[in-house]
Design a binder for this molecule. Structure first.
Ligand code: HEC
Length: 479
């Protein structure tokens, strides 16, 4: 209510975040796992003085630094930009809650970027020992960034004791309670596993294109396979652990949403496919071709995407648990909005409605009197309520979870009746945050975009039995 709404047609703003974030995590996990891989493998190659492998690692490090630094940084900044627009209240709260976490994150980033640059540019120009130290410095800093960011993303799924601590005004300890939330450890294990898996599949894909020598291909497949296997095992442990202690509401959401069941299944199938491919490639490394390399990379991306999608979806109705709902309303404001109205209470909605519909403003109190809305105003007012209350999770007529299709109606008034009980059936939605009059206005808008019920023609089926009852009664009376 404190901010403007950012309307992204068809896709919805959270899905736009999801797209950018998904592309970002492919690269950011590679940045962490690749750091560990390059540090460990360079150390091994220096120790065994394997010139051929060292040359390959150098060419991979070039690709790695270019991709992770340039692409990772652009998409990382992109995420901040988009979440700031899409969820300003939640972003503001995250920044304030974790300000020292973010500061530490940026220190780690600077170390990471510097080490990556030196590791690559000083290749063959410093002693093998110093070179390995640079590699491990990079790896350590990048694992540090992963741990810091995981504290915060895990918090968004289960804030642990943070809400109570902030309510009690214990802001100092609230930071630690929020950071070391119940999901923190399992998600760190899962993410390190995924990072190893992502990195090794990127290596296989890169090698499948650039390595021509059979002998080198054999070596790379055999060395990389351990990382994929370790990655799959660690991520399986982390995901099962995180799943077992998932908050009750999140568990229910995962089990009851058909789409999430399918996505979970797809993730498991992708993991099976990855292991199967790996098993074949270790037996027959010569079968590492650009096509099989890409297949392995896509399988790892599929696992990561399904995990991230589920993590995001089961958080609903909250953006920040027990604190901020998906429609940018603070939990403590719901009652006030029900009393005073959403349009009246919004920092931006009030002046907007005042300017567009001056006849709704009471001359004495300066308040909006929505009862004075003319029939031709109702749809436009309803649309403003839609934008603020529903548009964060639903598209309009068409698009992601579009309400035009979700609210098929056969009866006039059905939608208005449902709105005050918005979250009673589907608790992934926030509770109704407006007055009864606002529910009527929103219903007018929703009815205007709703598709008619395909089997029940308007007013026919439902009212038919009633009519017969009355007719029967009339007939009875006549007799
Ligand atoms: C925090 C996200 C969120 C917000 C905000 C939200 N919804 Fe939903 N809504 C959901 C989810 C999740 C579902 C169930 C999954 C689906 O079918 O897409 C759902 C389903 C629905 C359905 C289908 C119900 C059914 O029985 O299948 C309707 C109708 C609906 N929402 C209307 C609204 C309206 C109207 C608003 C605004 C007043 C709103 N939603 C706000 C998340 C949200």
């Amino acid at each position: 209510m404190d901010y403007l709404w950012w309307h992204v047609p068809i896709l919805t703003a959270p899905m736009l975040i999801a797209f950018i974030a998904t592309v970002h995590v492919f690269v950011s996990h590679y940045a962490v796992g690749g750091g560990l891989f390059l540090a460990a493998e360079t150390t091994w190659a220096h120790k065994t003085e394997n010139r051929q492998y060292l040359d390959y690692l150098k060419s991979h490090a070039k690709f790695f630094v270019l991709l992770t630094v340039v692409f990772g940084a652009i998409t990382g900044v992109g995420i901040w930009w988009v979440i700031g627009l899409a969820s300003p209240l939640a972003t503001e709260t995250l920044i304030r809650t974790f300000v020292f976490g973010w500061a530490a994150e940026w220190v780690f980033f600077v170390v990471e970027l510097t080490a990556a640059y030196l590791f690559l540019s000083l290749w063959d120009r410093v002693t093998p020992r110093d070179h390995c130290t640079l590699g491990w410095l990079y790896a350590g800093a990048s694992v540090g960034t992963l741990i810091l960011i995981t504290g915060i993303t895990a918090f968004m799924l289960d804030a642990g004791k943070w809400p109570e601590a902030t309510q009690a005004g214990m802001n100092g300890s609230a930071f630690w309670l929020g950071f070391f939330n119940p999901q923190f450890l399992p998600q760190c294990v899962a993410r390190i596993g995924v990072a190893l898996m992502m990195a090794s599949t990127w290596v296989l894909f890169h090698a499948s294109i650039f390595v021509k020598s059979e002998e080198l291909k054999f070596l790379i497949v055999r060395r990389t396979a351990r990382y994929v296997a370790a990655g799959v095992v660690l991520s399986a442990i982390g995901i099962l652990w995180a799943g077992a202690i998932l908050p009750e509401a999140a568990k229910l959401s995962l089990m009851r949403a058909a789409a999430l069941n399918v996505i979970l299944g797809a993730g498991v199938i992708a993991a099976g496919f990855l292991l199967f491919q790996l098993f074949i490639l270790t037996a027959r490394p010569q079968w590492l071709t650009p096509a099989s390399g890409l297949a392995v990379l896509c399988a790892a991306m599929g696992i990561l995407t399904s995990g991230e999608f589920i993590r995001e979806a089961v958080r609903k109705p909250f953006i920040l648990p027990e604190c901020i709902y998906g429609n940018q309303v603070h939990v403590s404001k719901v009652e006030m909005l029900r009393q005073n109205g959403l349009l009246e209470s919004g920092v931006w909605t009030k002046p907007y409605v005042t300017e567009k519909f001056p006849h709704l403003v009471d001359a004495q109190t300066g308040k909006l009197v929505l009862e004075q809305a003319r029939p031709e105003d109702e749809k436009a007012l309803g649309e403003i309520i839609f934008m603020h209350h529903c548009g964060g999770c639903h598209a309009q007529e068409f698009g992601y979870s579009g309400l035009g299709f979700l609210s098929t109606t056969s009866e006039k008034g059905e939608i208005a009746e449902m709105l005050p009980r918005l979250n009673s059936q589907i608790y992934s939605m926030p509770p109704w945050c407006g007055t009864a009059k606002e529910a009527d206005l929103l219903a007018v808008y929703l009815e205007s975009i709703a598709k008619p019920h395909p089997f029940q023609k308007s007013g026919s089926q439902k009212s038919a039995p009633q009519e017969t009852e009355t007719q029967k009664g009339a007939a009875h009376a006549a007799n």
